[in-house]
Design a protein around this ligand. Structure first.
Ligand code: HEC
Length: 205
């Protein structure tokens, strides 16, 4: 019996060591690489199992309305778009360089999550990923339920709504200054200066 236990522990040790070696040989701890298909499947399955059934089957208590949608757009633009992008694609400097990456929430994988699961994720975050917990863990945070509506309506966003969201994205003092200078340049107040749109982007490899 004892020999068996030792054997199991040894085998487990070898498997864990093997997995660690595999991870490190496949690009070390760089966040740049994509999680493997196996990692993705295991992580999603664990996430699902770890969500209490009651939370998973909860229905959205906030009725969808144009006001709720507008509020959620502003909220998302301010708190979430840094990683997820206004359109939910995850195509931002931060979102596409996290490990795991911010997902494209317009795709079926996200659509398949229940309203309750989306709420649970936003409220509690996802451990060992860049996704923070945004709530206190309760089940009746109306702002979070409105964000669930927002995610359900990503495909309905109009170019005007996206432009409005862009104006609500967080900006650094340097961004604001740059925008002001660009406006001055474009309105002819400061013809010496050249418009610098995009000058702060990091060079692509
Ligand atoms: C700092 C970056 C960051 C911010 C800010 C952020 N998220 Fe996330 N989010 C992530 C990452 C990374 C994942 C993917 C985690 C994973 O693969 O398990 C994620 C996953 C999600 C998911 C699960 C989608 C799916 O299909 O698995 C939802 C829903 C979500 N975020 C909503 C939000 C909302 C709403 C906000 C704003 C209140 C927000 N996130 C802010 C990084 C972020």
């Amino acid at each position: 019996m004892r020999v068996r236990t030792v054997a199991v522990v040894l085998i487990l040790g070898v498997v864990i060591l093997g997995a660690a070696l595999f991870v490190t040989s496949a690009g070390g701890f760089s966040a740049r690489s994509e999680p493997t298909a196996a990692e993705r499947i295991v992580a999603r399955a664990l996430r699902r199992w770890a969500t209490p059934r009651q939370a998973r089957t909860a229905t959205n208590p906030v009725p969808f309305s144009s006001d709720a949608w507008a509020e959620a757009r502003a909220h998302f633009a301010d708190h979430c778009a840094t990683c997820h992008a206004n359109d939910g694609s995850g195509q931002t400097d931060i979102g596409r360089n996290l490990y795991p990456k911010a997902p494209d929430m317009r795709l079926a994988e996200t659509e398949r999550l229940t309203d309750g699961e989306l709420y649970w994720i936003i409220e509690n975050g996802i451990r060992l990923t860049g996704m923070p917990a945004w709530g206190q863990g309760g089940s009746d945070d109306a702002d979070t339920w409105k964000l669930v509506h927002f995610i359900r309506h990503l495909k309905d966003l109009t170019p005007e709504q996206l432009a409005e969201m862009e104006s609500l994205n967080p900006k650094s003092p340097a961004d604001i200054q740059e925008e002001r200078e660009d406006l001055d340049f474009l309105s002819g107040k400061d013809p010496e200066r050249q418009a610098t749109k995009g000058a702060h982007q990091h060079p692509k490899e």
